[in-house]
Design a protein around this ligand. Structure first.
Ligand SMILES: [Zn+2]
Length: 422
């Protein structure tokens, strides 16, 4: 496939964070040329803002089926009376419907790569492949039975899952022990050993709420991060979702370990978790900081443009300092910081993999003083007009090329009916 995007503004996110004007040419899976390009191409676009695709580092894809189900409840009540009872009824067909819905929402709002964590992860991985999404598929490990299998089957099945997906280019297997409050030390250790044995990433929740910190402290005499560290889970290959209730000492521990923090401001605010992931301190310590939406049940969107804006605003407001977490740092979290951690290209440079999105220049992006500012503070996912993943045009002019968006929406609506009727 060949794609030529003419006469555009290019937010490269290269080392110097250069913004260029000109054309971009993509052939097969690579960005071949940037500048003045005169070639024939299968797809020709023009007058866009071109930028790297966004990377969502923490989500639970099929939870789109629970979007808007049980809003405005305290977190514990939300989980115990709404989410957990309905999750028990999930089956493979519903997982497919929810995951497809998540992917069309993500792609149409500019996300080209995500890190998921859920049950039926093999089904989720198959859907990612079918939709052309880059996905770090986290096989959930937890100390109770899941809707898919008995608890004792999780680790052996996860190993099979790793073997099946290890060599895939677009979908990478991840070991995802849920958290320190839902996994015993033994489960955490076995998970970390498994990840180490196959050299794959780990993904877990860490210090999302104050209650979690107190519960884990009471039970194990360690705060969640310490508990992870003691059980081999604090590594340069670990994604730590949330980190809303961490201390300054823990900031240093995280930075030292090379683990990746996934900051999920919208979900945290909606569930009123109260903690503020200490971004300025994490930045100063040199930690890897990235952004996630969390599942659509607690966000309720998977729009990374919205998440970028909240990520910048929440900390300015909290610290009474408009200069912290600036637009460039925010865009970096959603692109290059995550890209570097995952080993996925998140810049627009010749010779690199083409995970590229185009924004339509609508009134909300005019006049152009500063494009990076517009991307973070003014744009929304609905400015995204075209999405290219691994050099493949997945969405053009907001139309999906390979999948039937209306059918996916209908199937998701049907899956919701089935979930509620059981
Ligand atoms: Zn989560």
């Amino acid at each position: 496939m060949s794609i030529l995007i003419k006469n555009s503004k290019i937010v490269t996110q290269n080392e110097e964070r250069k913004i260029l004007e000109g054309d971009l040419y993509i052939e097969d899976d690579l960005i071949v040329e940037i500048g003045k390009v005169n070639v024939e191409a299968e797809f020709v676009l023009k007058n866009k803002i071109i930028m790297p695709g966004l990377i969502n580092t923490h989500t639970h894809l099929p939870m789109t089926l629970m979007r808007g189900y049980g809003d405005d409840l305290p977190l514990e009540e939300w989980l115990t009376t709404k989410i957990w009872p309905i999750e028990r009824k999930l089956n493979e067909k519903m997982i497919k419907a929810g995951t497809r819905l998540a992917f069309i929402e993500m792609i149409s709002t500019g996300t080209t790569c995500c890190a998921d964590m859920y049950f039926f992860e093999d089904t989720i991985a198959e859907v990612a492949l079918e939709m052309g999404m880059r996905c770090f598929a986290g096989f959930s490990i937890i100390d109770f039975d899941t809707p898919e299998m008995k608890s004792e089957m999780l680790l052996p099945e996860c190993e099979k899952f790793i073997k099946k997906w290890k060599k895939n280019e677009m979908v990478k297997p991840v070991v995802a022990p849920h958290s320190t409050y839902s996994c015993s030390p033994e489960t955490l250790q076995k998970s970390s050993e498994l990840a180490k044995r196959y050299d794959v990433l780990l993904h877990t929740h860490c210090s999302e709420t104050r209650n979690e910190v107190y519960t884990v402290l009471k039970k194990y005499k360690s705060r969640p991060l310490e508990q992870l560290k003691k059980n081999g889970m604090l590594t340069e290959k670990t994604i730590l979702a949330h980190c809303g209730w961490i201390t300054k000492g823990e900031v240093m521990e995280i930075a030292k370990s090379g683990a990746c923090v996934s900051h999920n401001p919208v979900s945290n605010m909606k569930l009123a978790t109260g903690g503020y992931t200490p971004l300025p301190e994490l930045f100063n310590a040199g930690a890897v900081v990235t952004l996630g939406t969390d599942g659509a049940a607690s966000n309720n969107k998977l729009d990374m443009f919205e998440t970028m804006k909240f990520a910048a605003l929440i900390h300015k407001h909290h610290r009474w300092d408009a200069s912290i977490v600036n637009a460039q740092q925010t865009l970096d979290m959603a692109t290059v910081n995550a890209g570097k951690f995952f080993g996925v290209n998140a810049s627009i440079e010749e010779g690199k993999k083409a995970d590229v999105i185009c924004l339509e220049i609508e009134p909300n992006l005019i006049p152009i003083h500063n494009i990076v500012s517009h991307i973070v503070y003014s744009a929304s996912g609905f400015n995204v007009s075209d999405v290219i993943i691994n050099g493949k045009m997945i969405m053009r002019g907001r139309e999906f090329i390979y999948v039937d968006k209306n059918k996916i929406m209908e199937e998701a609506e049907k899956a919701k009916e089935e979930l509620l009727s059981k």
